[in-house]
Design a protein around this ligand. Structure first.
Ligand SMILES: Nc1ncnc2c1ncn2[C@@H]1O[C@H](COP(=O)(O)OP(=O)(O)O)[C@@H](O)[C@H]1O
Ligand SMILES: [Mg+2]
Length: 256
């Protein structure tokens, strides 16, 4: 069964000016896939992610996660579903400054009232996976941006979600930190078999994905697959972006 099945999805933002943000989107993601969503600014990437993450409702069409339509659930079940089945990573990390790194990571488990001994084991495993064991007792303002994002990823994956959703996770990071964050996501996908859907406009970040879906003006425009050479895939991403109208002219100086 597919982890994600989006069909005939439309999103209109009503208002003085109607915005048709998404038009007839069909997208399936299989278990274990690592899928990137790319497209120019305003093309509908965040809107699509918000429908999948159940933050916002589609105007029509359906979203199914592991066969379940989250929009048919009541509020309480939906909150549980989000906490247990989905993981979220955002550009601005969304960490709580008053808590330590460790406390931030176990937050979803605390809300689920797990046993302390169990939380400890899971914390150790997540911290090792993300390479942040030595900063667990620090506050979030004492660590770098890359470490913050790896903390946020540890929090997103600690409960073994069916689907991990990331919106521009490298958007606030320099290229060295971006690389480390993408390598962490790659590890989680490969070693934990976590299914990942990642929105990015950064071709280097995107080159870590297995498959990239391009959106333009709210419609699916193209799809490319990685194969086993990330360098060649990076070039293919640049070419596809320049064909479909991205910002590739800004990228000529980037090295993979
Ligand atoms: N809450 C909102 N209300 C009205 N229009 C919105 C809202 N969010 C996004 N839009 C519009 O929907 C379109 C897609 O936006 P978005 O999904 O944020 O694109 P992207 O993430 O690709 O930059 C844009 O035209 C944007 O202005
Ligand atoms: Mg966006």
């Amino acid at each position: 069964m597919n982890v994600l099945e989006v069909s005939g999805l439309n999103k209109v933002y009503p208002g003085k000016v109607h915005t048709q943000a998404l038009t007839d989107i069909h997208l399936s993601i299989e278990e274990g896939e690592f899928v990137g969503i790319m497209g120019p600014s305003g093309s509908g990437k965040t809107t699509l992610l918000n429908m999948v993450s159940t933050i916002d409702q589609p105007t029509s069409g359906s979203v199914k996660i592991s066969g379940t339509d989250p929009f048919l659930m009541n509020k309480k079940d939906l909150a549980l579903f989000r906490r247990r089945r989905l993981g979220f990573v955002f550009q601005d990390f969304n960490l709580l400054e008053t808590l330590t790194v460790a406390e931030n990571i176990v937050l979803p488990l605390t809300l689920d009232k797990r046993r302390l001994s169990e939380m400890d084991v899971m914390l150790g495993q997540a911290a090792d996976r993300l390479g942040i064991r030595d900063i667990l007792n620090k506050r979030t303002y004492e660590i770098s941006g890359g470490q913050r994002q790896r903390t946020a990823i540890a929090r997103a994956m600690i409960a073994s979600p069916s689907l991990l959703l990331a919106d521009e996770p490298t958007g606030a990071l320099d290229s060295a930190a971006s690389r480390k964050v993408m390598e962490s996501l790659e590890d989680i996908n490969r070693l934990e078999r976590t299914t990942i859907m990642l929105v990015t406009h950064d071709p280097l970040a995107a080159s870590y994905c297995h498959r990239i879906v391009f959106i333009k003006d709210g419609k699916l425009a193209a799809e490319i697959h990685r194969g086993d050479n990330r360098q060649a895939f990076f070039q293919k991403i640049i070419d596809t972006l320049s064909f479909w109208g991205g910002n590739s002219h800004e990228l000529s100086s980037i090295r993979v």
